[in-house]
Design a protein. Structure first.
Length: 58
């Protein structure tokens, strides 16, 4: 694709765009979304836990 990276781990992360691999799957009941990056998955999962905390407070 023409992209270049100074760090190998950045190239590895970018290659997920081309392979379509999404190894991080949300196991929250009824969700099932998947993510190629663990940091994006972690941010997504926090939306479930925050929502559950808000519902308990009400």
């Amino acid at each position: 694709c023409g992209w270049s990276f100074k760090r190998y781990e950045h190239l590895k992360r970018h290659m997920l765009v081309h392979t379509g691999e999404r190894p991080h799957v949300c196991n929250y009941p009824g969700c099932g979304k998947s993510f190629s990056r663990s940091d994006n998955f972690a941010a997504h999962y926090r939306t479930h836990t925050r929502r559950a905390m808000m519902q308990r407070r009400m």
